[in-house]
Design a protein around this ligand. Structure first.
Ligand SMILES: [Zn+2]
Ligand SMILES: [Zn+2]
Length: 304
């Protein structure tokens, strides 16, 4: 399973229909958040993501991307959580998150581990890596590329039977890529019964950024790119000034990176209800695109 739930899709200020930035990623047994704007925990209840978050990956420390963690961690503590929580983000994450842990008087009932990351320092999780890369924003910022490990190739039991491999542990060894010796002394190589490894899925989340070469590189061939699209064509100068992207610029990045699918988010309040303009401008550059709304769920299918 690789399921993304958009918890907040508004830039800088919430609106009636859109919360501040937050994204839940459920991958197999682990749940991650990318950014945690104010109100994120209520959105998690509304959209039923579960609260069993293993780690939060921050793109940067503008207030609209992290203040929600203050209340969320306290709720977890009241609910009796004991598992440690990992927080990852660029500078000055350690300083800001550390202060956040001691906001209020109650001590948290579980351990919170703060990791300040630099671009390129991959975070290894179960079956995947989350790799931060440098983006272009007003303060230190990173995008996060979730890269699944390759999956073992498909095992063909019929071929194994035909070669006289007995049912049992030898099957498992071949599937793990190990050659085996049969009871009669013959040797069977994994490639004779197992296909080549299959690529894992890649999802890239830019956070707030100008369109940049770093995203093109990180998202090259990705299944899904989630890109800042704060503005439309009419505010192209404002996008440059504030170090955000327009929908059209985001779509150009997606086209250049040849991603499977593009989702636009972090919309200025002026596009809160009318996303048609952004969509139209993006579509002119790249057609596999949609504009996120709060509660949008995307399942990323396994590649064939
Ligand atoms: Zn923002
Ligand atoms: Zn920002």
């Amino acid at each position: 399973m690789l399921r993304l739930t958009f918890l907040g899709t508004s830039a800088a200020q919430p609106t009636i229909g859109r919360n501040l930035t937050g994204l839940a990623i459920r991958r197999e047994r682990e749940l991650f958040l990318v950014d945690c704007g104010e109100g994120t925990q209520r959105q998690m209840i509304r959209y039923a993501t579960g609260f069993d978050v293993a780690a939060i990956f921050f793109t940067h420390f503008h207030a609209d991307h992290y203040l929600g963690a203050i209340g969320f961690l306290r709720t977890l503590s009241m609910q009796g959580r004991t598992e440690p929580m990992d927080l990852y983000g660029p500078k000055p994450g350690r300083k800001l998150l550390d202060v956040m842990l001691f906001t209020g008087t109650e001590k948290l009932a579980f351990e919170v581990r703060i990791h300040e990351v630099r671009p390129g320092e991959a975070v290894a999780r179960d079956g995947c890596d989350l790799v931060p890369y440098a983006t272009e924003h007003k303060i230190a910022s990173v995008g996060w590329a979730l890269r699944e490990h390759a999956r073992p190739g498909r095992f063909h039991p019929d071929k194994a039977v035909a070669m006289g491999v007995p049912h049992g542990p030898l099957y498992g060894e071949l599937q793990r890529g190990l050659p085996v010796t049969l009871p009669d002394g013959r040797r069977v190589e994994p490639a004779q019964v197992v296909d080549a490894p299959r690529r894992g899925r890649t999802v890239v989340v830019t956070g707030d950024t100008r369109p940049c070469a770093g995203t093109v590189e990180a998202a090259r061939g990705a299944d899904l790119l989630i890109h800042d699209a704060t503005f439309g064509d009419a505010e192209v100068d404002r996008a440059a000034e504030t170090l955000h992207a327009t929908a059209r610029e985001a779509a150009r990045v997606a086209r250049e990176a040849e991603v499977g699918r593009l989702v636009l988010t972090h919309l200025s309040t002026r596009y809160d209800r009318d996303t048609g303009t952004l969509l139209e401008q993006a579509r002119a550059e790249f057609d596999r695109v949609e504009v996120a709304s709060d509660g949008l769920v995307i399942e990323v299918p396994l590649p064939p």
